[in-house]
Design a protein around this ligand. Structure first.
Ligand code: ADP
Ligand code: ZN
Length: 604
């Protein structure tokens, strides 16, 4: 890959510096250079040269008490002291020397002009050309003299060392998603014929270091197309309008090179919600608007596909994620046990390792580590082997380096300790078990205890059966019971509680409150709306529309409702304590459990 560095400051700075240097040159160096060398001779020589008619021009400088003269060709300037010689003028005239009209030690006016004006101008243009050529090479753009506002998109033209999907370990779901795009780039006719348009933009969402950039490069590598890459923050410039012009330029370049992949890293830097705050960031909004316009501007089948990466998808402007723009979202999550093992193996191929390394064990120890961290662990292991003067990295090297890397990252990332992992496993199984035991609830599809982007430590994926717009009172109650199931499991298994249930508590409360204030399911208040929803499309905040006494009564009922469901969940779990423990052990060991495995253990 011939990756090229982006140029630094805009070219205008170079011009200003060139100007300054030339002005200094003209005012300090030129006067010295422009003076011709003067050769000292004695008066006798002067007189004899004069007699032989070898003197061209001549000047008598009385104040300085000297005579300046040149040879016939006017090449060399001579100087001699002025002596009291009354015949000098006459002799000079008769020898054919002429009296110079101007200072003869100055060089000829033509040469002087050339030196002091043409040379600087030539230098000026020369440097400018040089710089702009370098700039052009870098940006890969057409002719440009001034580099301002041009995109710094780095072009990676595909080469034999391009990254392929096989280089990205794990992340099977993401790869599956992106394969369609590769297929489209290979074979656009197939899609065009049927009238299908590829999505213009695909958003890769996931925590840092999970391989989003790698995946984007792999799409370009697999499809054998050019790869443009730019970071969102590079668009945000000091001057309003520059970012927008960069976006324009980037898309112009991309369209010229189509089919191609444009990769925008950290898109949240420009794609944040525009919230109409006073004194908002004008530049960012203009850049975003330009991006939106450009994305609308080209047809779905031009062959330009934009991949963007972010780890804060919630902060993106809704206009950016609507259909026709970044309408496809590919989650790139932290790897699970199997994924971690594969990533370790991929990277371990690049170093020398002893035979029989147990990568499964290393992967288990590095629970919650991202791909980048795993790559780092492998590298640390190799470094440690070198430090000990060994030729190969051994099992102990890997295990030691986990500590180094993870201790370094611990503050930043949620890497679970063993005890925590067990609690999280128990908590998630609690949710699932309560859900499964209440027939009306949806069955579980998959549970993982790999920390998620959202900050949740575990995750229970539930499948909804078919379209489901109406919920009965029982279903909502069951849902609340399921939400309390996580905390209930902690109580049943460990007799203590953790902070891990905060999100559950929030959701359960919301549901219980809505049952009473909005759905008329309380019995006491009948069908009276006690709450109004304000911004249905912007978050859906609600505000109470009732007296203070009613509000207090609502609070009491919400508490009673949640308490009742919490009790129900505890009862279910106590009844199924054996299954709860078996399932927890399984999830703790494997980190992922599918719906089928879950049901097999539950019914087995
Ligand atoms: P992101 O863009 O998501 O922050 P990168 O794609 O830049 O992450 O990945 C950083 C590094 O981590 C890569 O260069 C690679 O060495 C390593 N890495 C991350 N994920 C994987 C993976 N799934 N397989 C192999 N290496 C990975
Ligand atoms: Zn929970």
């Amino acid at each position: 890959m011939d990756e090229v560095k982006k140029p630094g400051k805009p070219l205008i700075y170079y011009y200003v510096i060139a100007m300054l240097v030339l002005m200094l040159f003209n005012s300090l160096v030129m006067p010295m250079v422009a003076r011709r060398q003067i050769q000292n001779v004695d008066y006798n020589t002067f007189v004899s040269m004069l007699d032989k008619g070898e003197v061209g021009q001549l000047q008598i400088q009385k104040q300085e008490n000297r005579v300046l003269f040149t040879d016939k060709e006017n090449k060399t300037v001579f100087k001699t002291a002025l002596v009291d010689d009354p015949d000098l003028v006459e002799r000079a005239l008769s020898s054919g020397a002429s009296f110079a009209g101007e200072e003869i030690e100055q060089m000829s006016p033509v040469l002087g002009f050339l030196l002091s004006w043409m040379l600087p101008v030539l230098l000026f243009v020369g440097i400018g050309q040089l710089l702009s050529r370098r700039m052009m090479n870098k940006a890969g753009a057409g002719s440009m003299m001034f580099g301002m506002g041009k995109s710094n998109a780095k072009v990676y033209v595909k080469s034999s060392s391009g990254i392929l999907f096989s280089d990205v370990a794990g992340e099977d779901e993401a790869k599956e998603n992106l394969k369609e795009i590769v297929d489209y780039l290979h074979n656009p006719e197939k899609y065009r014929e049927i009238g299908a348009a590829m999505p213009k933009g695909v958003l890769l969402v996931g925590p840092p270091g999970t391989g989003k950039t790698m995946l984007a490069k792999a799409v370009a590598g697999e499809a054998n197309v050019p790869f443009f890459s730019i970071s969102g923050s590079e668009f945000v410039e000091m001057f309003v309008g520059m970012g927008a012009s960069k976006v324009r330029d980037l898309f112009r370049q991309a369209k010229e090179k189509a089919p191609c992949i444009v990769f925008i890293d950290e898109i949240d830097a420009i794609g944040q919600k525009r919230d109409g705050r006073i004194g908002g960031n004008d530049e960012r909004e203009q850049t975003l608007n330009q991006l939106l316009t450009e994305m609308d501007g080209f047809g779905g089948n031009t062959g330009v596909i934009i991949l963007a990466a972010t780890n804060r998808p919630d902060s993106l402007d809704p206009a950016l994620t609507r259909p026709g723009r970044f309408d496809r979202r590919v989650p790139v999550e932290l790897p699970d046990l199997k994924g971690r093992e594969e990533i370790l193996k991929v990277h371990a191929k690049k170093i020398k390792t002893a035979a029989g390394i147990d990568f499964g064990k290393i992967a288990r120890m590095a629970s919650g580590a991202s791909g980048a961290e795993l790559a780092n662990i492998v590298n640390e292991a190799a470094l440690r082997a070198v430090r000990d003067n060994r030729r190969q990295a051994e099992q102990a090297d890997f295990e030691e380096s986990i500590e180094v890397v993870i201790a370094g990252y611990q503050k930043k990332n949620a890497i679970l300790t063993d005890a925590e992992k067990r609690i999280v496993a128990c908590h998630e199984i609690g949710h699932a078990l309560v859900a499964a035991k209440q027939s009306a609830s949806a069955p579980v599809q998959k549970i993982t205890i790999v920390p998620r982007t959202s900050g949740a430590l575990g995750y229970t994926m539930q499948v909804e059966e078919g379209n489901h717009y109406l919920m009965t009172k029982e279903e909502i109650e069951n849902k609340i019971a399921t939400l309390t199931g996580g905390r209930a499991a902690e109580e049943v298994c460990f007799g203590s509680v953790t902070t891990g249930a905060s999100n559950d508590i929030e959701q359960a409360t919301k549901l219980a409150r809505a049952m009473i204030t909005r759905y008329g399911m309380s019995g006491d208040f009948d069908m009276v709306a006690l709450e109004t929803v304000d911004n249905r499309y912007l978050g859906g905040d609600s505000s109470l529309a009732c007296s203070a006494e009613t509000a207090a009564e609502i609070d009491r009922q919400v508490v009673a409702l949640v308490k009742q469901q919490h009790g129900k969940a505890c009862a279910i779990l106590k009844e199924n304590r054996v299954k709860l423990d078996a399932l927890t052990d399984y999830l703790y060991e494997k980190e992922t459990i599918t719906g089928e495995e879950f049901m097999r253990i539950l019914n087995g």
